[in-house]
Design a protein around this ligand. Structure first.
Ligand SMILES: *Cc1c(COP(=O)(O)O)cnc(C)c1O
Length: 458
């Protein structure tokens, strides 16, 4: 079957792992809108950001002009444990679909944390250690980011305090135990250990929590403890910078086999895997060197790009973080409780937002039964059990491949397979039992979220 000259897995050599991260903002004519201080409505400075984030990460966050950042050796040493990650030609999926298209996926699930999030976790832990900090705080929803960060912190000997959205804490005890095994301290959010947590518990007794609330708790815990900073696993420009390793390796592997991808597809929660996967390709488009079709895929139940507003909004429920201009559903938007597929954040990376607004990226949304159907079909032919998040991209890659079947086009399609789904088996169980429902928010549902967007006119 796999008898063509292209190997099934296009492994790069270790020496082909990137030496530098690529900062796509350097090539953007329309820069992403700056983060604003919620008090003064002035752009945040490095000094202000450094109260919350590590100094070097604050500098990376605000740097719109430096195209490349050297990846420190200590980080590359860690990357070596699981990178370069394979770019895989999905021969069996192509055969099952009967498509003339060539479908590839970049697989980021090949590490214990099970997703691409480790690429930024290790970078953020490194800069915290370098600054001489004792530890970091963060939030986690489904748990992938918390797991990645616990691994990174245990590697560098840092304390790791994770606020885990309470419903996930209760529903995903195994995720929690992985984090504790790597030495993290995991607290269900809202907790009684922070002011904002106590306030939310009082106002909404018995609440299962939300990402926005867990972020506020983690920021409060960091700012209130000596030697701690807050770290975030998506949305921020620094995270997209670290995730550019995904795209740089993908580009290098394609160059090695002489293939140019026509369509590049990624799922979009906060935008970090997509931003990383597309970085070097978007860079070529921005510099006018090449054309690609880039598709962001989001859940129909949390449609920030396809139905959100492009405005300044808070990143968290407690309004302690800077204001970001982004496609947003409103900082109090919470997807319907039957939504099982991740990608639940109300906003979107400001880089992805600007590239989308300038027409470099298309966006589409998909419903969760279609996503799980695609996940199951993929698992049965390609062997990997995909994360539900990743399966959004699988669904659209399959749709694109089927379009090629109609037109007879031999397009090269690549998608980001961001992780594995071993901790999402409750969601798979619901799908297998036929008990997963699709819920697409009505305009009225969305209006409730939009009503929470602050009136700011910078
Ligand atoms: C967190 C996560 C995502 C979504 O986050 P982005 O920042 O949008 O990349 C996608 N897939 C997996 C497996 C994840 O863990």
């Amino acid at each position: 079957m796999a008898s063509e000259k292209i190997p099934y897995k296009t492994y790069l050599e270790e020496k082909e792992m990137p030496l530098r991260w690529y900062n796509v903002r350097a090539d953007m004519k329309n820069k992403p809108a700056p983060l604003l201080n919620p008090g003064t409505l002035k752009p945040m400075t490095v000094d202000e950001l450094s109260a919350v984030f590590c100094r070097e990460l604050a500098e990376q966050e605000l740097d719109d002009t430096t195209p490349y950042f050297d990846i420190p050796d200590e980080i590359r040493d860690f990357y070596r444990m699981y990178r370069p990650s394979p770019l895989v030609r999905a021969y069996f999926l192509e055969k099952a679909l009967g498509t003339p298209a060539h479908v590839y996926y970049k697989f980021e699930g090949n590490n214990t944390s099970g997703s691409h999030k480790l690429n930024s976790a290790i970078a953020q832990a490194y800069y915290a250690k370098k600054q001489g900090l004792r530890g970091v705080t963060t939030e986690t929803g489904a748990g992938q980011w918390g797991t990645a960060l616990s691994m990174a912190c245990s590697y560098f000997g840092l304390d790791c305090k994770v606020f885990m959205v309470k419903v996930s804490y209760e529903q995903k005890p195994f995720r929690r135990e992985v984090m504790r095994t790597y030495g993290a301290d995991v607290t269900p959010s809202p907790s009684m250990t922070t002011n904002i947590g106590r306030k939310i518990n009082e106002e909404f007794p018995g609440t299962g929590g939300s990402l926005g609330c867990a972020i506020s708790e983690a920021v409060e815990a960091a700012v209130g403890s000596d030697g701690y900073r807050y770290v975030l696993g998506s949305v921020l420009s620094q995270v997209l910078l670290h995730q550019s390793v995904i795209g740089l390796e993908t580009k290098a592997a394609f160059d090695k086999i002489g293939v140019k991808p026509d369509v590049i597809i990624g799922c979009a929660g906060g935008g970090s895997n997509l931003g990383g996967l597309i970085a070097p390709f978007a860079g070529e488009m921005l510099r006018g060197e090449n054309q690609y079709r880039i598709i962001a895929v989001e859940p129909a139940s949390c449609p920030s790009l396809t139905r959100g507003r492009y405005v300044y909004d808070f990143c968290d429920t407690g309004k302690v973080c800077p204001l970001a201009k982004m496609y947003t559903l409103g900082h109090d938007f919470i997807p319907s409780p039957n939504h099982a597929g991740g990608l639940r954040y109300h906003g979107m990376s400001s880089v992805v937002t600007q590239l989308y607004d300038d027409g470099y990226i298309e966006a589409t949304s998909v419903e969760q039964n279609d996503v799980f159907d695609a996940a199951v079909r993929f698992a049965r032919v390609e062997g990997i059990l995909p994360a539900p998040e990743s399966s959004h991209a699988i669904k659209v890659a399959m749709d694109e491949a089927l379009k090629c079947k109609e037109t007879g086009e031999e397009k090269n399609i690549v998608f980001g397979l961001t992780g594995t789904g071993y901790f999402d088996l409750v969601a798979y169980q619901k799908f297998n039992d036929g008990a997963l429902s699709d819920y697409v928010p009505t305009d009225e549902d969305l209006a409730r979220g939009f009503a929470t967007i602050p009136e700011v006119n910078p």
